[in-house]
Design a protein around this ligand. Structure first.
Ligand SMILES: [Mg+2]
Length: 366
């Protein structure tokens, strides 16, 4: 089998409700760069690289990686990872080059699953269990009552945990944490600061979170401040989560060596794809650290994340977007169902996703 084409499909989906996060930042659209790998066997692989600037991922995939891959056997996945990421003298150690390589890598695993006639998690040695535990990842900045009501609705739908996005000051954060805790009873409450605080403020807010039995305290600091994360982890009783802005097993090795995280959050679409996420999960095992991959993306990224998690004993909690995002469940061959706080794995060969024109067509970026 030979690769005959490597290309990207970009989309941008406008949002009815802006997604407010720390420091008064807000998103009013969500984009994605899908990677499509064609073969002479008629098998097509689909992947996704999270930029976040999808035009940069597109340019890297089509101009840098496609020439390395066309004419090659798509099943030589490890070799292709090396040629994209580590073979050159001028290495792209973190950032969008890794995101682009992640998208290609995921598409190659999709091809491998289709070629062998099994879901990707089987190729990775899974499943560890028949299903995964999702938490509802939403609850962006709004007034406390609205956020509490929304949090309650997710628990009522069967989610055992909910994640919120705060980071706009101690008092404003506390008003929202208190309202949500009150609304969801003893369900898990994860709090994500999206890198919004400096060390003193992160410590003050962390002490407040301890009072509300917060499940984890995500990215309180800039990802550059690994020592600061480690210090917070020592000083606070609330577990620290970080890693969505980290890349490769070497990056996670540094996080683990610094004792900086309780929950490691590699993003399969950024950290180096399925190939690298699997290794990061294994590395987490050696540090007795839980892996809860970051996943705030389309159905393609969700599927890739589910296959990785299903094959690792280090993984807990699937980040799940409960908002009926237009390019989420509709990209699955069989849209996943959530019942009793669990989600079923895709059982089709490969990732179990497609890029139907009637789903992505209206969002395509030319
Ligand atoms: Mg986050």
């Amino acid at each position: 089998m030979e690769i005959t084409d490597v290309r990207t499909e970009r989309i941008e989906v406008p949002l009815d409700r802006p997604l407010g996060v720390s420091r008064d930042r807000s998103l009013d659209a969500r984009g994605a760069a899908f990677v499509v790998v064609e073969t002479d066997a008629g098998i097509t692989g689909i992947g996704e690289g999270v930029g976040p600037e999808s035009y940069i991922v597109e340019r890297i995939v089509e101009e840098k990686y496609a020439p390395l891959l066309i004419g090659e056997d798509p099943l030589d996945i490890e070799r292709h990872w090396q040629s994209m990421v580590t073979d050159t003298v001028y290495q792209d150690r973190k950032g969008q080059g890794l995101s682009a390589a992640s998208g290609v890598d995921i598409a190659l695993w999709d091809i491998a699953g289709k070629h062998h006639g099994v879901p990707v998690y089987r190729l990775l040695g899974g499943p560890m269990e028949g299903s995964l535990k999702p938490y509802a990842s939403d609850l962006f900045w709004q007034d406390p009552e609205t956020m509490a009501e929304r949090a309650r609705s997710y628990v009522d739908r069967g989610f055992a945990g909910v994640k919120t996005h705060l980071g706009r000051g101690l008092d404003a954060d506390e008003a929202r944490v208190a309202a949500m805790r009150d609304a969801i009873g003893d369900a898990a409450l994860m709090v994500d600061m999206n890198c919004g605080y400096d060390r003193p403020e992160a410590r003050r807010v962390g002490r407040m979170l301890e009072e509300y039995d917060v499940y984890w305290y995500e990215e309180p600091l800039t990802p550059y401040d690994v020592d600061g994360l480690a210090a917070l982890r020592r000083e606070l009783d609330v577990p620290i989560a970080s890693g969505e802005n980290e890349y490769t097993k070497w990056g996670f090795h540094d996080l683990f060596e610094a004792d900086a995280v309780d929950y490691a959050m590699p993003d399969v679409m950024r950290c180096g794809g399925i190939t690298e996420a699997k290794k990061i999960c294994a590395l987490a095992e050696t540090y007795n650290t839980v892996c809860s991959p970051h996943c705030f993306t389309t159905g393609v990224g969700l599927a890739a994340t589910m296959h990785v998690m299903a094959a690792s004993p280090a993984c807990e909690w699937l980040e799940f977007d409960p908002t009926d995002f237009e390019v989420y469940e509709p990209l699955f061959e069989t849209p996943p169902t959530i019942a009793d706080g669990r989600i079923d794995l895709p059982e089709e060969p490969g990732l179990g996703v497609n890029l139907d024109e009637d789903v992505i067509g209206e969002f395509r970026v030319a």
